[in-house]
Design a protein around this ligand. Sequence first.
Ligand code: AVI
Length: 320
Amino acid sequence: SDGTSERVRFHDNHPTPTDVRAEVLAGLGQPNKRLPPKLFYDQAGSRLFDAITELPEYYPTRTEIGILRAYGGAMADRLGRGCVLVELGSGSSLKIQTLLAALEPQVYIPVDISRDHLLESAHALAARFPLLAIRAVCADYSASFQLPLEPDWPRLAAFFPGSSIGNFDPEDARRFLERVARLLGPGGRLLIGVDLRKDPALLNAAYNDVQGVTAAFNLNLLTRINRELEGNFDLDAFAHRAFFNDARSRIEMHLVSLAEQRVRVSGQDFTFREGETIHTENSYKYGVADFQSLARDAGFEAEQVWTDVADLFSVQCLRV
Ligand code: AVI
């Protein structure tokens, strides 16, 4: 045996599966039609997202990895070497590897809603880090969940990279952070990736890449609905639209109906005016001080902020 299977323990919190039909019908039934961004990530969508992270225009992923590589040592000092490290949404093996190397946690607890993905990446990491104990937890981190903790373990640190926090509305972000603070307990640290406000031209380019990968990612929602819910969306009759809404400090993604049309989904009809949109995602961009004040409202103290030289992206250490 290579010893990896003994070092990976699996804990299933049995997260409630998304009711895709109910969520799609409810969203399309609103006066302002919308679809939840979590529906992007079917198999094709997850592959398209991976392709987005490598686009020249999409700066967040490579910038965050650069910050983690440059300051991993200082981050490990803040989190406390030998701690118990919880990763919320373990989709980012490159990012966690930079951190594991510097932090040498006693136990690593990846939390992810996708069972297969979770186990696959847990075993890959176990093979790479022969001294690491792993407790993989299948749970929906955006709902409340339990961690398999033991009484004699050292303090907890959590890692939430990728500016996934930006896909929550600020009120939901605050509630989420409150739950993380409660989970970590006093003295616990959260290391979180937060995309920053910047020149709107750079933001608009990042969500309107010339190769059209982001457009394909957005339109894949309709392909998914056609396949899973007997939909008849005409993919040529909708277009990707993404723009920076300065007043709300967020990128908005929409699918625009190019004509007046009627679409059938799971036996129900929905009509579209020409130019009407389905709002599919928000991606909030924060000033450092604005994010820190949100974190304080959730019960955290801002401890340290690392950014790249161009101030595109931040990795922030918060303390409960
Ligand atoms: C996952 N999330 C942080 C990405 C973002 O930038 O908000 C999702 C994405 N949407 C379009 N491009 C990337």
